[in-house]
Design a protein around this ligand. Structure first.
Ligand code: ADP
Ligand code: MG
Length: 601
C-alpha cells in the first residue's frame, strides 16, 4: 500500500491535468448514464406513441450526447497520456541522476543488466498503470456505482437477482488479486536476471568467442529465457482462469436478465423501452467487472515494478556532500593520509589499510609500489573520495576531503584509472571530456604530451574519428594514452596515474615518461607504476605492504636500505636495469666512436 501511494504521488506535479482528465472521464461516464435512458425513451415515448417526430427528437438527442461523449473521450485520452508520459519522464530523470551520484558499492551489488531492465521495462510497467490503468479503475468504480443506483431505481428486485453472479465474481477477484501480485514479482525479477545475462554476454562477447563458449552461453541464456517463459505463463494461466470465470459470470447475468426481464415485461411490470434501457445500462456494470481482472493485473504489475525503482531511488548516497561542505578554491596540492584505516563495505573485517600515514608535498612526484592487491588503487581512490576512509583522515591542503564538496574536490584532480574508458564519441570529445570548452590547440597539446597525437592523425578522420562501441576499436595502449590526454587537458593540481601506462610498449612509455616530466612540473603527482624508469624519476618512492607504508625514500636511498624495495628491485628490476645501463654505456661508446671518426679520417 505504501508503494501504491508513493506511485500515486508522482501524479502530484500534474494534478491539474489529472483532475481535468478525471473530470472529462466523469463526463463520459455521465454520458453513459444518459444515453440508455434516451434510448429507452426513444422506444417507450417515441415508438409506442406512434409519432415519428417524437422518435426523431429522442433519437436526435441520443446521437448528440453520443457525439459529445466521443469528443470528450478523445480529449481525455490525450490529456491522460500526457500525464502518464510526463510521470515516466520524471521517474527516468530521477533514476538517472540518482545513478550518477551512487557510490561504487551500489554498483558492486547491482548488475548493469538489472539496472537497465529497471530503468526501461519496470518504468514502462509503472507508466501503463499511472498512464491510464489508474484512471480507468476510477472510471470503472464510478460507472459501477452510478449504474447500480440507476438500475436499483429502475427495478430493484430484478437488480438484486442480477447481482447474485456478481457475488461469485467477487470471490474470484479476491482470489485472483492475492495470486497475481507474487506472479508479477516473479516475472519482473526474472526479467532483470535475463537482462543481466544478456548484458554480460554482450560485453564479454570477445571472451566468449575466444574460448569458443558460445554453446554454453546459449545454454545459459536459454535456461533463463525458459524460466522467463514459465513465469509469464503461470501468470497468464492465472489470468486466463480468472478472466474466463469472470466472463462466465457476465454471461450468467445476461441469461438471468433475459429470463426475468422478459417475464416482467410479459407480466406487465415495466415497458419494453425500460427493458431495453435496462439492458443497455447493464453494460455500465458489466464493463468495469470485465476489465477488473485486467486492471488488477496491471496494477499488480506496476506495484511489483515500483519497489524495484524505489530501491535505486532510495539507495543511500554514502558518499555525498555534507550540508556545510565548503568549496575547495585554490589548491596547492598537499596530500596527507593521517592514520588511515580502510576496508570495503562488503568486507568490513578485512582491512586493506591499517593506520597508513603519508604526507605528500605540493609539487612532489611520488611513485607508489606494492604487490597486486596491496591497496594501491584504493589509496588513490581515497584522495578523490571515490571510496571513504573507515577511520582516520585524508586531507588536501589541510582540508579533510569529507568537508569539501565532491565537485570542487574532483575538479582539482586528474585521474587516469587502471581501466581507461572511452565514450562512443569522437576522439576530440573523448579527450575534451573533462574540459569541453578546451581550444583545439590545447587538445592537440595534451594529445602530444600523452604521445597520442601521432596515432590520432593516422586514424581515418583524425580528431573527428568516432571511437568506442560504435566506432574504431583502439588498442589498450592507445586507450590509455587518450585517457592520459584527457587528464592532462583538465590541467589539474593533482595528477594521479594508476598503472596508466601498463598497456603501452616500453618505447612509448619512455616517451610518455619524458613528456610527463614536463606535465608534472608544478603539480603533485602520484604514480602507480610497474616500470623502473618511472619509479627512478620520482622524488620519492613509497612501498605499500600489509596496509601501511613499509618504506619511503628515493630510489637510491631505498636500495641502500636493503629492505622491501631492494628485494622487489632484485626480483624484478635488477637484471633489466643492469642491461639498460650496459646498453647506455655501449651506446655512449658508439657515439664517442662516431664523434671521433671524422677526426681519425
Ligand atoms: N570492490 C572491492 N570489494 C572488496 N574488496 C576489494 C574490492 N576491490 C579490491 N578489493 C580488494 O582490496 C585489496 C586492495 O585492492 P586494490 O587497491 O585494487 O589493490 P592494488 O591496486 O594494489 O592491486 C585487494 O585485496 C582486493 O582484492
Ligand atoms: Mg590497482
Amino acid at each position: 500500500m505504501q508503494n501504491f501511494w508513493r506511485l500515486i504521488s508522482y501524479l502530484k506535479p500534474y494534478r491539474k491535468r489529472f483532475v481535468l482528465s478525471f473530470v472529462l472521464a466523469m463526463t463520459t461516464i455521465g454520458g453513459d448514464l444518459i444515453v440508455p435512458m434516451l434510448f429507452g425513451w426513444t422506444i417507450s415515448r417515441g415508438l409506442q406513441s406512434g409519432q415519428m417526430e417524437q422518435v426523431i427528437l429522442y433519437a436526435g438527442l441520443l446521437v448528440m450526447v453520443q457525439a459529445l461523449k466521443s469528443g470528450v473521450n478523445y480529449a481525455q485520452w490525450l490529456v491522460q497520456h500526457q500525464v502518464g508520459q510526463s510521470v515516466v519522464r520524471d521517474l527516468r530523470d530521477q533514476l538517472y541522476s540518482r545513478l550518477q551520484a551512487l557510490p561504487p558499492s551500489f554498483y558492486r551489488n547491482m548488475s548493469t543488466g538489472q539496472i537497465m531492465s529497471r530503468v526501461t521495462s519496470d518504468v514502462e510497467a509503472v507508466q501503463e498503470y499511472l498512464g491510464w490503468g489508474f484512471l480507468i479503475q476510477m472510471m470503472g468504480a464510478t460507472s459501477f456505482i452510478g449504474t447500480s443506483l440507476i438500475l436499483l431505481l429502475l427495478d430493484w428486485q430484478l437488480t438484486l437477482v442480477l447481482y447474485l453472479p456478481l457475488l461469485v465474481l467477487l470471490v474470484i477477484v479476491y482470489h485472483f488479486d492475492r495470486h497475481i501480485g507474487p506472479a508479477w514479482d516473479a516475472v519482473r525479477e526474472q526479467m532483470g536476471v535475463l537482462s543481466t545475462v544478456l548484458q554480460e554476454n554482450i560485453s564479454g562477447v570477445r571472451v566468449v568467442q575466444a574460448f569458443a563458449q558460445e554453446k554454453r552461453e546459449n545454454g545459459r541464456f536459454r535456461t533463463q529465457n525458459l524460466l522467463n517463459r514459465e513465469k509469464n505463463l503461470s501468470r497468464a494461466r492465472l489470468e486466463a482462469n480468472s478472466f474466463s470465470a469472470m466472463d462466465a459470470m457476465v454471461g450468467l447475468t445476461f441469461a438471468l436478465l433475459a429470463y426475468f426481464g422478459a417475464q416482467r415485461v410479459i407480466n406487465g411490470h415495466g415497458d419494453l423501452g425500460q427493458f431495453f434501457a435496462y439492458q443497455w445500462y447493464l453494460w455500465g456494470i458489466i464493463w468495469p467487472v470485465r476489465f477488473m481482472g485486467w486492471l488488477i493485473s496491471m496494477m499488480r504489475q506496476a506495484l511489483a515494478a515500483a519497489p524495484r525503482l524505489f530501491q535505486i531511488l532510495d539507495a543511500p548516497l554514502t558518499i555525498a556532500d555534507k550540508p556545510e561542505a565548503i568549496t575547495l578554491q585554490h589548491v596547492r596540492g598537499e596530500i596527507e593520509f593521517r592514520n588511515v584505516h580502510f576496508a570495503f563495505e562488503d568486507e568490513p573485517d578485512r582491512l586493506v589499510m591499517k593506520g597508513l600515514n603519508l604526507h605528500v608535498w605540493p609539487g612532489e612526484v611520488v611513485a607508489v609500489l606494492g604487490s597486486t592487491g596491496s591497496g594501491k588503487s584504493s589509496l588513490v581512490n581515497l584522495i578523490g573520495r571515490f571510496q571513504e576512509v573507515t577511520d582516520g583522515q585524508v586531507l588536501i591542503d589541510g582540508h579533510d576531503v569529507r568537508d569539501v564538496t565532491l565537485e570542487s574536490l574532483r575538479r582539482h584532480i586528474g585521474i587516469v584509472p587502471q581501466e581507461a574508458f572511452l565514450f562512443s564519441a569522437s576522439v576530440r570529445e573523448n579527450v575534451a571530456y573533462g574540459n569541453p570548452d578546451a581550444s583545439e590547440a590545447d587538445i592537440i597539446r595534451a594529445a602530444k604530451l600523452a604521445q597520442a597525437h601521432d596515432f590520432i592523425m593516422e586514424m581515418p578522420q583524425g580528431y573527428d574519428t568516432q571511437i568506442g562501441e560504435r566506432g574504431v576499436r583502439l588498442s589498450g595502449g592507445q586507450k590509455q594514452r587518450l585517457a592520459l590526454a584527457r587528464a592532462i587537458l583538465v590541467d589539474p593540481e593533482i595528477l594521479i596515474l594508476d598503472e596508466a601506462t601498463s598497456a603501452v610498449d616500453t618505447r612509448t612509455e619512455h616517451e610518455i615518461q619524458q613528456a610527463l616530466e614536463q606535465v608534472m612540473q608544478g603539480r603533485t603527482s602520484i604514480i602507480i607504476a610497474q616500470r623502473l624508469s618511472t619509479i627512478k624519476h620520482a622524488d620519492r618512492v613509497v612501498v605499500l605492504k600489509d596496509g601501511v607504508v613499509a618504506e619511503a625514500g628515493t630510489h637510491a636511498e631505498l636500495l641502500a636500505r636493503k629492505g622491501e624495495y631492494a628485494r622487489i628491485y632484485d626480483l624484478q628490476y635488477r637484471e633489466s636495469d643492469e642491461l639498460l645501463a650496459e646498453m647506455q654505456q655501449y651506446m655512449a661508446a658508439q657515439d664517442e666512436a662516431y664523434k671521433l671518426r671524422p677526426l681519425a679520417a
